[in-house]
Design a protein. Sequence first.
Lengths: 220, 198, 89
Amino acid sequence: MRTLELDVPDWPGHRAGQHLDVRLTAEDGYQAERSYSIASPPGDGVALTVERLDDGEVSPYLVDEAREGDRVEVRGPIGGYFVWDGDEPEPVLLVGGGSGVVPLAAMARQRARVGSTAPMKLLLSSRTIEDVIYREELDALAGGGFEVVHTLTRSQPPGWTGYSRRIDRGLLAEVAWPASERPRVYVCGSTRFVDAAADGLLQVGYDARWIRTERFGATG
Amino acid sequence: MIVSRGFRGKRRDGPSDRVPPGQYLTDDFPVLSAGPTPHTPLEEWTFTIHGVDEPKGWTWDEFQALPRETVTVDIHCVTRWSKLDTVWEGVSVDTLLDEVGYDSPYALAFCDGGYTTNLPVEDLTGGKAWVAYSYGGEPLDPEHGGPARLLVPHLYFWKSAKWVRGLTLRDEDEPGFWETNGYHLRGDPWLEQRYWGD
Amino acid sequence: MTGTSELRLDGNAIGGLLLEVFGAEVTAAPCVCGSCGAREEMARLDVYIGAGIVVRCRHCEGVMLRIVQGHGQTWLDLSGAASLQLGPP
């Protein structure tokens, strides 16, 4: 993983949850393009957190090679649906799988930034504790109505008392806000992760209209 | 154009007599799709030729009993990747068309899920096209078009329609799913016939 | 090997392309399916990346949009969508 800070001329500002399209052009004109969620909250510059996929087209360059002063083309900010501004009063449930945490972390940072009192819970699924993106920062943000719940699906550290399985109806029944609270939900990750989590939330009584989803593709 | 210093991407160039202009080699087999993967049970699967005096159809078992060929071909996707020496097994379209009387110059391939693509019959005959049910020695995976797909390697791979269920022979060329929306009517990669107007 | 469900994304994935084509943010735009009449925001529709982009209704799987880009052109077929509602929320 690597977090890159971009200096974008005439950046119009953005909203938590939005993403950018990044396009790279090689010397011979060959181009490749990928989308990355903006990790930073509004007002905090433009930061992208990129997960390196071994056989990726763009991520190995951004993680291994890119250095200060290098240039990329960006398009955005993009997104008017999967956004949270911090003035919404209802409780928020954020459900993320792997790199799906990036736009959700921007929302958590936005909450802290604007002093929102909307209760917010982040349920984060990762393979191992070492794979948890932003682990220390999320721990530091916890409190004041923001709570982080982890589930580690592949292996757990000694003494782990938290969840150790893929998100399912039972886990959501224990973690998610009661449906009576009519929370606002954001689910982000791979298509399989998002579909399973959204189905689980419907099974615990959530209305489909409360659940906003963003599916990441498998290519890097 | 802003060049990103040091960026190359994964692509490989290949020998120019095998890799058409504008294409790059891949070792993967990228999966591209226009819709959800259909799952037609083999006992319901048929392949049918329409637009002829006597439409002809085969069940899966009948299709499996037809003479089969194993071919090694290069394939070229309009999205710029090419894959060399891919091995397929299936029935030559010549074998299928030999069983019907026809004189139409064009065909429209139709598929589970609604995809269609148009081809001149000339591009389907003379040992240039197959209905393939095996890739790399294994039954063709549903995400790659199984149980059977059209295989027309000398044209861009959108013509090699996945989940093919038959051909309708026609007197006029009727553009299919992508040909009605910007992709070239014929799609010869060596002439770089990707889009309308190429 | 990637399962086929992973090939299906949602309208968020083409937000940038639509921003360029429409000159406006479209992911939150309500769209009505021409086949079944269901109304969903673009971000909630099923998106498939093939030779081109296909946007399908999540209820009936009917094709709503087809998008092909090449040679600086965009071919956009909206005939499967009864309507798109564009404008500020």
